[in-house]
Structure formats: C-alpha cells, structure tokens
Design a binder for this molecule. Structure first.
Ligand SMILES: NC(=O)c1ccc[n+]([C@@H]2O[C@H](COP(=O)([O-])OP(=O)(O)OC[C@H]3O[C@@H](n4cnc5c(N)ncnc54)[C@H](O)[C@@H]3O)[C@@H](O)[C@H]2O)c1
Length: 294
C-alpha cells in the first residue's frame, strides 16, 4: 500500500506517550511505520516504539538530556503531554503545559528539523479566545521571553503566580494557540509546518481532574454540546497524526477544533458555552477575594 501519510521510517517524538491521547498517538504512529521516541515521566509501555525516554517536562535539564538520546534529525514533533493544574501550582502547570513546548521549539527543533518536517501540539478548546486583548496582555510577556529562565521569571514577577494551578492550564492553552500563529510564521521559511488540535472533553487520565473542577461528569458532558459524549483518545490521535503527516503538506497555522461542534454551537449562539472568559475577569475576581479576606 502507498505510504500516503509519509511516516515510514520517520523519526517522530511524542510527549505524554504513557497515557490518553499521547499513548493513542504513539500507537498509531508505530502502526504507520514511524520510529517513535516516547517522552513521559511515567513509563511508556507500547510495543514497537524505538525508545522510551524518562523525561520530566517541568525541568529544562531533563528535556535537554532526553533530546541528546534522539537522532539529530527529527521529522515530526507531537507536543501532547499536559497536566490539569489540580495537583500542581500555577508555575509548575505552566512549565509543563507551555514553557516546555516553547523551549523545545525555540532551542531544539529550530536546529534539528529539515524541509517538510512538522510540529503539532495538543492544546485545548480552553484556549479559545487566545486573540482577545484581555488574555494576550497576560501571556505575551511569557511567550516573548527568550529563554526558559526568562519565561519563568515573567510568571514569578507577575500576580499570575498566585492563581490556582488550574488557571495555569487555561493560561497555557491560550498561549499555546498564540504560539501556533507565531511559529507557523517563523518556521515557514524552513518549510516546517506548525499546527494544533484543540480537543473538547476526552476520556483520558485527566477526566477525573476536569470533572472535579466543574462539579461532576454531568457538567463535563454539558461542554460537549449536543453530542453529550466524551471523545475517545484515539479520536484526538487521528487528527494530530493527520496534521503532522504528508497528507496535510499545505496545512500550517491551523487550530483544528475537534469537539463534535460544541465550540461552533457557542460561536453561532445556537447553544451557550460557559467557558468564554478573559484573564482580566480572573484577575478582578482574585483581587476582590483578597480585599474581602482583609
Ligand atoms: N482530556 C481532556 O478532556 C483534554 C481536553 C483538552 C485538552 N487536553 C490536553 O490533551 C493533552 C493530553 O492529555 P490527556 O487528556 O491525554 O491526559 P493524560 O493524563 O491521559 O496524559 C497526559 C500525559 O502527560 C504526562 N505528563 C504530565 N506531566 C508530565 C511531565 N512533567 N513530564 C512528562 N510527562 C508528563 C502524563 O504522565 C501522561 O502520560 C494534554 O495537553 C491536555 O491538556 C485534554
């Protein structure tokens, strides 16, 4: 059969390959003939991968040593790992969900990808609204920082650092969607494509955390709009595998929403979606709470 996707023998890196969408993606890539380097802090147990590399994405040194074990030329990068922020503070959440991806693109992939390579992230519909000024002014200082330490410093010196970990989740997803726009422009001259899948609610290792955050699985189903069903991890793996494949060779800068219509229902005001917010609103709520406690 013709290799339409073009993954045969290609070196691909998948973060978050131990569970959920990352695992489903790595499995699909093995089936498509890719050499899969699987990065995660939990052990990856997938038959046929080239190598599992234990990596903590909240640590720059751990990322550096992981990439030393991967061949110099990387054909596709899948940035899928993430935490919800339920068990991590704001800064740690942002390091895992945003700063690690930024560092990998700007300091590693930029020198290790040749023509026709591709980058794709699993961001989120929680990052819809990334273009609003009330969000941009908070995340731009972080995404414009030119080093790992600079990005960390931008958070540490702002009131954002006091927000709960789960606010770091939406903050990171908004910023990651912006970075797709920035990177597609930066990498275009190298003929490297950059895209993202924005999943709706999906049944994975994070489902319990998201259920807890919004008051139970029934509310989580509300976010799926009229579909009223969570996606399977494989239903997010397939679109991201497509975006990084040769089948999508003229697709770059695409934020592919995969949510069974839930976002477009809200945009068209066919059904209300409770998730539209800006960081201005969150900061005002936080300042109000501090005032009330004093
Ligand atoms: N599940 C959903 O409803 C949903 C919705 C939108 C977006 N997402 C995003 O999808 C991506 C995949 O998550 P998932 O839902 O499959 O969850 P998951 O928990 O099943 O998978 C996440 C993986 O990331 C790994 N990971 C977390 N922190 C790490 C670290 N510091 N270093 C290395 N690996 C680390 C975990 O070990 C795990 O294997 C995440 O970026 C998440 O934000 C999920």
């Amino acid at each position: 059969m013709k290799d339409y996707f073009g993954y045969q023998g290609k070196v691909v890196v998948v973060t978050g390959a131990a569970s959920g969408m990352g695992k489903a993606t790595a499995e699909m890539l093995v089936d498509l003939g890719a050499k899969v380097y699987a990065l995660d802090w939990a052990e990856v147990q997938i038959e046929g991968i080239e190598e599992y590399i234990h990596t903590d994405l909240s640590q720059k040194d751990s990322i550096d040593s992981a990439f030393e074990k991967i061949p110099q030329e990387i054909d596709s990068f899948f940035g899928i790992a993430g935490v919800s922020g339920v068990k991590t503070d704001f800064l740690t959440t942002v390091k895992i969900d945003l700063i690690s991806n930024k560092y990998i693109c700007e300091k590693i992939l930029v020198d290790r990808m040749k023509e026709n390579s591709s980058i794709a992230f699993m961001t989120s519909t929680a990052g819809v609204g990334w273009e609003l000024d009330g969000n941009m002014k908070y995340y731009l200082p972080v995404v414009k920082a030119d080093s790992w330490d600079g990005a960390v410093q931008a958070i540490e010196s702002s009131p954002l650092v006091h927000l709960p970990g789960n606010a770091g989740y939406s903050f990171s997803k908004l910023a990651m969607n912006y970075l797709v726009a920035q990177y597609q422009a930066q990498f275009a001259s190298q003929k490297v494509r950059v895209n993202a899948v924005l999943p709706g609610s999906t049944d994975t290792g994070l489902t319990d955390d998201f259920s807890l955050l919004i008051g139970g699985e029934d509310n989580l189903l509300e976010y799926t709009g009229y579909a009223k069903k969570l996606a399977l991890p494989q239903e997010m793996a397939a679109p991201i595998v497509f975006l990084n494949s040769q089948c999508a060779s003229y697709v770059s800068g695409d934020l592919m929403i995969v949510d069974y219509g839930s976002t477009i229902e809200a945009t068209a005001k066919i059904k209300e979606n409770p998730s539209t917010f800006t960081f201005d609103m969150i900061m005002q709520q936080m300042l109000q709470a501090i005032k009330e406690n004093n």
